[in-house]
Design a protein around this ligand. Sequence first.
Ligand code: ASP
Length: 325
Amino acid sequence: MTLAGRRLAVIHTGGTIASRPDPGGPGLTPQQAPAVPGLPGVTVTAHQPFRLPSPHVTPEHMLRLARLIERLAPDADGIVVTHGTDTLEETAFFLHLALATDTPVLLTGSMRHAEEVSWDGPGNLLDAAHVALHPDSRGRGPLVVFGGDLFDARTVTKVHTSAVDAFGGYPGPIGRIDRTGETAHLRFFARPEARPVYAPARLGARVEILYAYAGWQGEGYEGAAARADGLVIAALGTGNLPAELLPLVAASAGAGQPVVIATRTHAGPILPVYGYPGGGATLVAAGAIPASFLNAHKARLLLLLLLSLGHGLEEIRGVFGAGEF
Ligand code: ASP
């Protein structure tokens, strides 16, 4: 397929893909956006709304990015976003929830910086460009491409701190791109489910995450509940907690504060199975909201958007319950 005449918008946001070792500092810092490697006949425009290591990216940056993509989409055949890998899955999921466009949006990054022999940035960027410009990519929502694998923004997660194949997630890639010379071979295996769009004008809520562990007696819970509009707990297994948490969760839910139960396990749903105090069935009976298959940091973003749209406890329960994300 010839790419000549197509229009690609590339949005650089920072991360290792744009980083160099800082001569005056202790490590890597985002300095220079990488150029898109050869794409004959393609008109490429570059944009840089911010240049940050991704641990500095906030939901407000994600909202700015969503607005920029909405502005660029009508005049682009495809959009690529380069991003630090540490929070890439959060930005991808935020865009998945907040963007309405059919224009392909591909997020990628790199695990090695430009001065390493095995810099993976140019290859990932070229893969992302090819997928973004391919007609089969339209209408699938934002996707992540890394090491040739294509992931649904809803399920993708960073699975390794240093390996080049750093992304995965249950149930795995939904497509694959390989290149031979100038030819790209793209295959999709699945189409992400349609979902509603949640696009508040501004983010007006505070959502905090608590992480469960053996022996947790609820330390930190009351402070977080007092500060936040909603809570997400990375709970145990199918969504269980120590007994001490049951009255705390019940008090929040009784006061109308959403408490979403996700799992710290790496895959699988939240299920109301166990009836011992703090077991998943007792938490749900007390008013907690199961996060379905979302990990805690993605559940947090969904809850943040729903609260920012003014949704109440029962509407939020409905969205998570029906899997409308
Ligand atoms: N710490 C970097 C970041 O997320 C890691 C990376 O980009 O791979 O900005």
